[in-house]
Design a protein around this ligand. Structure first.
Ligand SMILES: Nc1nc2c(ncn2[C@@H]2O[C@H](COP(=O)(O)OP(=O)(O)O)[C@@H](O)[C@H]2O)c(=O)[nH]1
Ligand SMILES: [Mg+2]
Length: 205
């Protein structure tokens, strides 16, 4: 059995907010002033160590254009993590993130970890931190501010996501072992009951 845990991550957000740049910064630790437009969707992987445990991110980059929107449920429906990106310089892109949340609430998985990313924080900020945090609170999401250009917050975002993934895994494992213990206690209980019934039978005429 492989010791590396693998999770699927999907990048969502309007065109031009920096989704592909985030992926490039995370995977290659580099930045391109003139990014290439993304067609449809494509993924890249990167493994990092979190508290000594390996976590492989399979990150799906999607295109924000209207014409691709119909196919995006294919990518976010089984993603453990959704990164919803806006450009802090562009108010309209923040409205875009609100739309994404609505769609994910209707069609996304219930246990998905959602992260709001206010990217391009090296530029003038037209959407305040408070607005970003407020939206995150409303949707029980994590909030991060990043700059792919100046390499701010990108690695930290993935590390925090990884920590949350492992924390959830621990909670899930302890929940499972509690249920298993409860089940075996029940079995022992009912076995005792059976034994008593057998014994009673023996003393019965
Ligand atoms: N100033 C600045 N520009 C950025 C940043 N991230 C991306 N960009 C630029 O924004 C443009 C769109 O980025 P891209 O990653 O293609 O956006 P996408 O359409 O969401 O994938 C490109 O010209 C990038 O160089 C950033 O953090 N700061
Ligand atoms: Mg792109």
């Amino acid at each position: 059995m492989s010791l590396t845990k693998e999770i699927k991550v999907v990048l969502l957000g309007d065109s031009g907010v920096g989704k592909s740049s985030l992926l490039y910064r995370f995977v290659e630790n580099d930045f391109q002033e003139k990014g290439q437009p993304t067609l449809g969707a494509a993924f890249q992987s990167k493994t990092i160590l979190i508290d000594g445990k390996a976590l492989k991110f399979q990150i799906w980059d999607t295109a924000g254009q209207e014409k691709y929107k119909a196919i995006l449920p294919l990518y976010y429906r089984d993603a453990k993590v959704a990164l919803l990106v806006y450009d802090v310089n562009d108010k309209q892109s923040f409205e875009g993130v609100k739309e994404w949340f609505k769609q994910l609430q209707e069609q996304g998985p219930l246990d998905q970890i959602r992260v709001i990313i206010g990217n391009k924080c090296d530029l003038e900020q037209n959407v305040s931190d408070e607005n970003g945090k407020e939206l995150a609170k409303q949707y029980n999401a994590i909030y991060f501010k990043t700059s792919c250009k100046d390499n701010i917050g990108v690695q930290e975002t993935f590390v925090q996501v990884g920590e949350k993934v492992f924390k959830e895994q621990l909670v899930e494992e302890s929940r499972k072992s509690n249920t298993e213990n409860a089940n075996s206690t029940l079995k022992i209980g009912s076995q005792n009951q059976n034994n008593k019934q057998q014994q009673n039978k023996r003393f019965c005429c």
